[in-house]
Each structure stands twice: as structure tokens, then as C-alpha cells.
Design a protein. Structure first.
Length: 254
């Protein structure tokens, strides 16, 4: 089996910066520096860096995308809503991966999966344009067969299963959500889709996430940045890399 990789979402490093420096020009006193944070994550074992360029620019800024494109040693996974403005930036920057996500200005964080079925006609030209530029396209969706079928019909390269409902559930409800994710991963594998997962995964519940078959990448941000406050970012990333080493096929993961 392919090894399970870790993508680190550094949006909330930018959130901390924006809390103080949102109205100030970039300069040597503006911190924390996203390029430095990304470099630490890569050194600690992350195989990709995830950033979400939102329409309201609440954390990641356009200049962050450009700087990271130049400095990353691994790959960039750009999360984005399906809007002409953000699409134009993606086509200019050319990240290795794009993950299309739903976006609501009132939400604190992404609250659910993209409805690929209802928005099929709007998504299709975006997927085509990104792929024509050599970008691998993923859809952030609920673990639902209809959504997976739509992702396949859109000819997406991958899906990212929304694990938020699992992360927020307890007891039997959580077991039910885990079974949904397991079934969805198996269903997606039948379509030849790469299966990633993300949202709400932390150092405790990741052990259950590892029960889901066919996973290729976990994208984790908040839990890692939170732990970094106490351990430092490099240790926080290394701790998560160590946690996912138990996944089948990960004996060679450093």
C-alpha cells in the first residue's frame, strides 16, 4: 500500500499574524512569517503545505501564495472556492494541487463538504481549466456515494473526505460516522480516485482515522498549530507524523 502522507495547513499561522498586522505593510517586524513556518513543517516531515485563499482574505493573503510558491520544497495544496478571481490566481501561481471547497463568509472555518452534484455545471469548467494547466484537482466532499460519483464524473484526480462530523461526534454516533468514511473510501477507490481526508483531525482521534482504508493524505491544521504553542511547530508536526506512521504501508515514512 502507498504510504499515508501529512499535509499541514498553516492558515492559522496567518490568522495569528493578521490579528496584529492586518493593516500594516509587510516588513521585517511582521510575524509570524509563513514561509518560515512552512519550512519548519517540511523539515519535520510534512509532504505538502495547505493554504486556503478565502474571498475575504481573513488569513492567507495573495502575497503569501506568491511567496510560498517560490519557497516551498515540497508541494502546495491550495484550497479555494469556485470563483473567477481565485481561479485566476491559481492559474497564475500553478500549485501542484488545488482542493475545491465550499465557502461561506459567515463561517469561522469550513463547515461541510462541497455539493459536487448540485454544482456540477459550475464546477466542470473550473476542474478542466485547472487540469489543463497541470494542476491536480481534489474536491472536499462529504462521505456520500452521490458526491463521490459526481467527483468521478467531473474527472477529479482526488477527493478529500470531510471528517468534521466524525470529529464532532461521540460514542455510537462517532462509530457510525467512521463507518460512513470507511464505506466512502472504499467506494471512491472503485472509481480510481485518490482518497485524502481532513477537518477536525487531532492527536487523539487520528488513531481511529487510521482505520479508514485507501487513505493517501491527511490535511491537518488547527490541532498542529494549537500544539505548537506548547511544543514548538517542528515537534508538533513530528508528533503527528509519528502518529500516522501506524497506517499500513507507512513503514518507510520518516
Amino acid at each position: 500500500m502507498p504510504r499515508l502522507e501529512l499535509g499541514v495547513n498553516i492558515d492559522h499561522v496567518a490568522t495569528l499574524r493578521q490579528a496584529r498586522y492586518a493593516t500594516m505593510p509587510e516588513g521585517r517586524n511582521v510575524e509570524p512569517d509563513l514561509s518560515a513556518a512552512a519550512a519548519v513543517c517540511e523539515r519535520a516531515g510534512a509532504t505538502s503545505i495547505t493554504i486556503h485563499l478565502r474571498a475575504d482574505r481573513r488569513h492567507i493573503q495573495d502575497r503569501d501564495v506568491l511567496r510560498l510558491r517560490e519557497s516551498l520544497m515540497t508541494k502546495m495544496n491550495l484550497e479555494m472556492g469556485n470563483t473567477p478571481e481565485i481561479l485566476a490566481i491559481a492559474l497564475r501561481v500553478l500549485p501542484e494541487d488545488v482542493c475545491l471547497v465550499p465557502e461561506n463568509r459567515r463561517e469561522v472555518t469550513t463547515e461541510g463538504g462541497l455539493d459536487a452534484s448540485r454544482n456540477f455545471k459550475q464546477l466542470e469548467p473550473t476542474v478542466r481549466r485547472l487540469q489543463a494547466a497541470g494542476i491536480h484537482v481534489s474536491l472536499f466532499i462529504e462521505p456520500d456515494p452521490e458526491q463521490i460519483e459526481s467527483a468521478s464524473r467531473l474527472k477529479a484526480d482526488a477527493i478529500e473526505l470531510h471528517t468534521g462530523a466524525f470529529a464532532n461526534a461521540e460514542g455510537e454516533e462517532q462509530e457510525g460516522e467512521l463507518q460512513r468514511l470507511t464505506g466512502a473510501a472504499r467506494f471512491a477507490q472503485n472509481f480510481g480516485l485518490r482518497v485524502n481526508a481532513g477537518h477536525g483531525i487531532n492527536y487523539v482521534n487520528v488513531a481511529r482515522i487510521l482505520e479508514i482504508p485507501h487513505l493517501r493524505e491527511l490535511n491537518i491544521g488547527h490541532a498542529i498549530v494549537s500544539r505548537a504553542l506548547f511544543t514548538g511547530l517542528e515537534t508538533a508536526v513530528r508528533d503527528m507524523v509519528a502518529a500516522i506512521r501506524k497506517y499500513p504501508g507507512n513503514d518507510d515514512l520518516l
